[in-house]
Design a protein. Structure first.
Ligand SMILES: [Zn+2]
Length: 272
Protein backbone atom coordinates (compact mmCIF):
# COMPACT_ATOMS: atom_id res chain seq x y z
CA UNK A 1 0.00 0.00 0.00
CA UNK A 2 1.26 3.43 -0.87
CA UNK A 3 -0.89 5.60 1.37
CA UNK A 4 1.41 7.56 3.63
CA UNK A 5 0.68 8.87 7.12
CA UNK A 6 0.60 12.37 5.70
CA UNK A 7 -2.37 11.66 3.47
CA UNK A 8 -4.21 10.00 6.35
CA UNK A 9 -3.52 13.05 8.51
CA UNK A 10 -4.98 15.22 5.76
CA UNK A 11 -8.36 13.52 6.12
CA UNK A 12 -10.87 15.53 8.16
CA UNK A 13 -12.46 14.27 11.36
CA UNK A 14 -15.85 15.39 10.12
CA UNK A 15 -18.82 13.91 8.31
CA UNK A 16 -18.70 13.21 4.62
CA UNK A 17 -17.94 10.71 1.90
CA UNK A 18 -14.52 9.15 1.21
CA UNK A 19 -13.38 7.52 -1.99
CA UNK A 20 -10.64 4.92 -2.40
CA UNK A 21 -9.09 5.53 -5.82
CA UNK A 22 -6.99 2.99 -7.68
CA UNK A 23 -5.02 3.25 -10.94
CA UNK A 24 -8.08 3.66 -13.12
CA UNK A 25 -10.63 6.43 -13.21
CA UNK A 26 -13.39 4.48 -11.48
CA UNK A 27 -13.31 4.41 -7.68
CA UNK A 28 -12.55 1.17 -5.82
CA UNK A 29 -14.79 1.94 -2.89
CA UNK A 30 -17.07 4.72 -1.65
CA UNK A 31 -18.07 5.05 1.99
CA UNK A 32 -19.49 7.59 4.40
CA UNK A 33 -18.87 8.50 8.01
CA UNK A 34 -19.42 11.18 10.61
CA UNK A 35 -15.63 10.98 11.18
CA UNK A 36 -13.91 10.38 7.84
CA UNK A 37 -10.38 9.95 9.20
CA UNK A 38 -11.18 7.36 11.86
CA UNK A 39 -13.41 5.41 9.46
CA UNK A 40 -10.66 5.28 6.84
CA UNK A 41 -8.15 4.16 9.49
CA UNK A 42 -10.44 1.31 10.49
CA UNK A 43 -10.47 0.19 6.83
CA UNK A 44 -6.65 0.14 6.92
CA UNK A 45 -6.69 -2.12 9.98
CA UNK A 46 -9.17 -4.62 8.55
CA UNK A 47 -7.32 -7.73 7.26
CA UNK A 48 -10.21 -8.67 4.94
CA UNK A 49 -9.75 -5.40 3.08
CA UNK A 50 -6.03 -5.86 2.40
CA UNK A 51 -6.66 -6.55 -1.30
CA UNK A 52 -8.57 -3.30 -1.71
CA UNK A 53 -5.91 -1.38 0.20
CA UNK A 54 -3.16 -2.86 -2.00
CA UNK A 55 -4.89 -1.40 -5.05
CA UNK A 56 -5.58 1.99 -3.45
CA UNK A 57 -3.44 4.84 -4.73
CA UNK A 58 -5.27 7.81 -3.26
CA UNK A 59 -8.06 8.59 -0.82
CA UNK A 60 -10.35 11.45 -1.78
CA UNK A 61 -13.08 12.91 0.36
CA UNK A 62 -16.07 15.24 0.16
CA UNK A 63 -17.10 16.90 3.41
CA UNK A 64 -20.76 17.37 4.27
CA UNK A 65 -22.40 19.57 6.89
CA UNK A 66 -24.05 16.58 8.53
CA UNK A 67 -24.81 12.89 8.49
CA UNK A 68 -27.89 13.01 6.25
CA UNK A 69 -25.89 14.78 3.55
CA UNK A 70 -23.20 12.09 3.80
CA UNK A 71 -25.76 9.29 3.49
CA UNK A 72 -27.54 10.87 0.52
CA UNK A 73 -24.29 11.64 -1.30
CA UNK A 74 -22.82 8.18 -0.67
CA UNK A 75 -26.00 6.48 -1.93
CA UNK A 76 -26.08 8.58 -5.10
CA UNK A 77 -22.35 8.17 -5.83
CA UNK A 78 -22.48 4.38 -5.39
CA UNK A 79 -25.48 4.21 -7.75
CA UNK A 80 -23.75 6.36 -10.37
CA UNK A 81 -20.27 4.83 -10.18
CA UNK A 82 -20.73 1.19 -9.02
CA UNK A 83 -17.33 0.92 -7.28
CA UNK A 84 -15.58 -2.45 -7.55
CA UNK A 85 -15.51 -3.20 -3.83
CA UNK A 86 -18.93 -1.92 -2.80
CA UNK A 87 -21.44 -4.68 -2.41
CA UNK A 88 -23.31 -5.21 -5.66
CA UNK A 89 -26.93 -4.45 -5.01
CA UNK A 90 -29.48 -5.75 -7.42
CA UNK A 91 -31.31 -2.84 -8.98
CA UNK A 92 -34.97 -3.21 -8.20
CA UNK A 93 -36.96 -1.80 -11.10
CA UNK A 94 -40.41 -2.39 -9.69
CA UNK A 95 -41.10 -2.32 -5.98
CA UNK A 96 -44.08 -4.12 -4.52
CA UNK A 97 -46.13 -3.43 -1.42
CA UNK A 98 -49.25 -4.68 0.34
CA UNK A 99 -52.22 -2.30 0.24
CA UNK A 100 -55.03 -2.94 2.70
CA UNK A 101 -58.41 -2.04 1.22
CA UNK A 102 -61.40 -1.45 3.47
CA UNK A 103 -64.32 -3.20 1.80
CA UNK A 104 -67.89 -3.79 3.02
CA UNK A 105 -66.84 -7.28 4.09
CA UNK A 106 -63.72 -6.11 5.91
CA UNK A 107 -60.04 -5.41 5.36
CA UNK A 108 -58.60 -7.07 2.26
CA UNK A 109 -54.90 -7.00 1.41
CA UNK A 110 -53.80 -6.73 -2.21
CA UNK A 111 -50.34 -6.64 -3.76
CA UNK A 112 -49.59 -3.41 -5.60
CA UNK A 113 -46.44 -2.26 -7.39
CA UNK A 114 -44.66 0.99 -8.13
CA UNK A 115 -45.90 0.95 -11.74
CA UNK A 116 -49.53 1.18 -10.66
CA UNK A 117 -49.37 3.25 -7.46
CA UNK A 118 -47.14 6.03 -6.20
CA UNK A 119 -45.55 4.40 -3.18
CA UNK A 120 -44.70 7.70 -1.50
CA UNK A 121 -48.20 9.15 -1.52
CA UNK A 122 -50.55 6.16 -1.25
CA UNK A 123 -51.95 5.48 2.22
CA UNK A 124 -52.38 2.03 3.81
CA UNK A 125 -49.28 0.47 2.25
CA UNK A 126 -47.28 -2.08 4.21
CA UNK A 127 -43.80 -3.31 3.40
CA UNK A 128 -41.53 -2.68 0.42
CA UNK A 129 -40.62 -5.83 -1.48
CA UNK A 130 -38.53 -6.65 -4.53
CA UNK A 131 -41.27 -8.87 -5.99
CA UNK A 132 -44.94 -9.79 -5.63
CA UNK A 133 -43.73 -13.24 -4.62
CA UNK A 134 -41.85 -11.94 -1.58
CA UNK A 135 -44.79 -9.69 -0.62
CA UNK A 136 -47.06 -12.74 -0.72
CA UNK A 137 -44.58 -14.79 1.28
CA UNK A 138 -44.47 -12.12 3.98
CA UNK A 139 -48.28 -12.01 4.16
CA UNK A 140 -48.41 -15.79 4.56
CA UNK A 141 -45.74 -15.70 7.25
CA UNK A 142 -47.65 -13.03 9.20
CA UNK A 143 -50.91 -14.94 8.74
CA UNK A 144 -49.31 -17.99 10.32
CA UNK A 145 -47.81 -16.06 13.22
CA UNK A 146 -51.03 -14.22 13.98
CA UNK A 147 -53.55 -17.03 13.31
CA UNK A 148 -55.15 -15.16 10.42
CA UNK A 149 -57.32 -16.79 7.79
CA UNK A 150 -55.63 -17.30 4.40
CA UNK A 151 -59.00 -17.56 2.74
CA UNK A 152 -60.21 -14.24 4.15
CA UNK A 153 -56.89 -12.68 3.12
CA UNK A 154 -57.44 -13.89 -0.44
CA UNK A 155 -54.40 -16.16 -0.35
CA UNK A 156 -56.39 -19.36 -0.54
CA UNK A 157 -59.60 -20.44 -2.30
CA UNK A 158 -62.75 -20.02 -0.25
CA UNK A 159 -64.97 -22.98 0.53
CA UNK A 160 -68.10 -23.39 2.65
CA UNK A 161 -66.27 -25.68 5.04
CA UNK A 162 -63.75 -22.99 5.78
CA UNK A 163 -60.06 -22.76 5.02
CA UNK A 164 -57.44 -25.46 5.41
CA UNK A 165 -56.00 -23.57 8.39
CA UNK A 166 -59.26 -24.09 10.27
CA UNK A 167 -58.68 -27.86 10.23
CA UNK A 168 -55.10 -27.57 11.47
CA UNK A 169 -55.98 -24.76 13.89
CA UNK A 170 -53.85 -22.04 12.30
CA UNK A 171 -57.05 -20.05 11.56
CA UNK A 172 -59.35 -18.88 14.35
CA UNK A 173 -62.40 -19.20 12.07
CA UNK A 174 -63.03 -15.83 10.40
CA UNK A 175 -63.84 -17.78 7.21
CA UNK A 176 -66.82 -19.56 8.81
CA UNK A 177 -68.00 -16.80 11.13
CA UNK A 178 -66.51 -18.48 14.17
CA UNK A 179 -64.30 -15.46 14.70
CA UNK A 180 -65.70 -11.94 14.36
CA UNK A 181 -64.34 -10.30 11.18
CA UNK A 182 -63.49 -7.08 13.03
CA UNK A 183 -61.33 -8.99 15.50
CA UNK A 184 -59.59 -10.77 12.63
CA UNK A 185 -58.98 -7.51 10.75
CA UNK A 186 -57.67 -5.72 13.83
CA UNK A 187 -55.17 -8.55 14.24
CA UNK A 188 -54.18 -8.23 10.57
CA UNK A 189 -53.50 -4.50 10.94
CA UNK A 190 -51.51 -4.93 14.13
CA UNK A 191 -49.45 -7.64 12.39
CA UNK A 192 -48.68 -5.18 9.60
CA UNK A 193 -48.15 -2.01 11.62
CA UNK A 194 -44.36 -2.25 11.80
CA UNK A 195 -44.21 -2.49 8.00
CA UNK A 196 -46.26 0.64 7.32
CA UNK A 197 -44.86 2.78 4.51
CA UNK A 198 -44.91 6.41 5.56
CA UNK A 199 -46.75 8.72 3.18
CA UNK A 200 -44.64 11.75 2.18
CA UNK A 201 -45.78 14.19 4.87
CA UNK A 202 -45.59 17.41 2.80
CA UNK A 203 -47.51 18.79 -0.16
CA UNK A 204 -44.35 19.18 -2.24
CA UNK A 205 -40.59 19.69 -1.96
CA UNK A 206 -38.81 20.47 1.28
CA UNK A 207 -35.20 21.31 2.12
CA UNK A 208 -33.55 19.39 4.94
CA UNK A 209 -31.09 21.78 6.52
CA UNK A 210 -27.76 20.74 8.02
CA UNK A 211 -25.28 23.21 9.45
CA UNK A 212 -21.71 22.95 10.66
CA UNK A 213 -19.07 25.57 11.45
CA UNK A 214 -21.03 28.31 9.76
CA UNK A 215 -21.77 26.54 6.49
CA UNK A 216 -25.15 25.26 5.51
CA UNK A 217 -26.31 22.48 3.25
CA UNK A 218 -29.90 22.18 2.06
CA UNK A 219 -30.91 18.78 0.75
CA UNK A 220 -33.98 19.04 -1.43
CA UNK A 221 -36.38 16.12 -1.23
CA UNK A 222 -39.81 15.46 -2.71
CA UNK A 223 -41.88 12.30 -2.32
CA UNK A 224 -38.93 10.54 -0.63
CA UNK A 225 -36.78 11.31 -3.66
CA UNK A 226 -33.47 13.16 -3.20
CA UNK A 227 -33.13 15.94 -5.77
CA UNK A 228 -29.82 17.57 -4.93
CA UNK A 229 -27.97 19.68 -2.42
CA UNK A 230 -27.47 23.39 -2.23
CA UNK A 231 -24.27 24.22 -0.38
CA UNK A 232 -23.37 27.61 1.10
CA UNK A 233 -19.65 26.73 0.92
CA UNK A 234 -19.38 25.76 -2.73
CA UNK A 235 -22.38 27.79 -3.90
CA UNK A 236 -23.68 24.82 -5.86
CA UNK A 237 -27.23 25.99 -6.14
CA UNK A 238 -27.75 25.52 -9.84
CA UNK A 239 -27.24 21.78 -9.58
CA UNK A 240 -30.72 21.24 -8.24
CA UNK A 241 -32.66 19.59 -11.03
CA UNK A 242 -35.95 20.96 -12.25
CA UNK A 243 -38.92 19.85 -10.23
CA UNK A 244 -41.28 17.33 -11.75
CA UNK A 245 -43.46 14.56 -10.32
CA UNK A 246 -41.03 12.25 -8.61
CA UNK A 247 -40.72 8.57 -8.38
CA UNK A 248 -40.44 7.02 -4.97
CA UNK A 249 -36.79 6.20 -4.23
CA UNK A 250 -36.17 3.31 -1.84
CA UNK A 251 -32.63 4.34 -0.80
CA UNK A 252 -33.65 7.91 -0.02
CA UNK A 253 -36.72 6.62 1.81
CA UNK A 254 -34.59 4.39 4.04
CA UNK A 255 -32.19 7.25 4.80
CA UNK A 256 -34.84 9.89 5.44
CA UNK A 257 -37.84 8.19 6.98
CA UNK A 258 -36.58 8.10 10.59
CA UNK A 259 -35.05 11.57 10.86
CA UNK A 260 -38.08 13.12 9.14
CA UNK A 261 -40.82 11.28 11.00
CA UNK A 262 -39.06 11.70 14.36
CA UNK A 263 -38.38 15.38 13.71
CA UNK A 264 -34.61 14.95 14.02
CA UNK A 265 -33.82 17.22 11.10
CA UNK A 266 -34.57 20.87 10.37
CA UNK A 267 -37.09 21.17 7.55
CA UNK A 268 -37.81 24.20 5.35
CA UNK A 269 -40.87 24.03 3.13
CA UNK A 270 -40.04 25.14 -0.41
CA UNK A 271 -42.42 27.68 -1.91
CA UNK A 272 -44.23 26.16 -4.87
ZN1 LIG B 1 -59.98 -19.59 7.81
Amino acid sequence: MVIGDASIAALPRTSGVYIFQGEGTLPLYIGKSVDIRSRVMSHLRTPDEARMMAQTRRIDFIETAGEIGALLLESRMIKEQSPLFNQRLRRIKTLCSVRVLQTAAGAVPEIVDSKSVNLGSTPALYGLFSSAHSANAKLKELAQQHLLCLSVLGLEKTSKRGCFGLQIKTCLGACVGKEDRHTHDARLLSALVDLQVEVWPFSGSVDLVEERDGWIQRHRVNNWCYLGTQCSKTGEKSKLPELKPHEFDLDSYKILVKPLMLGHVKVEVVDP
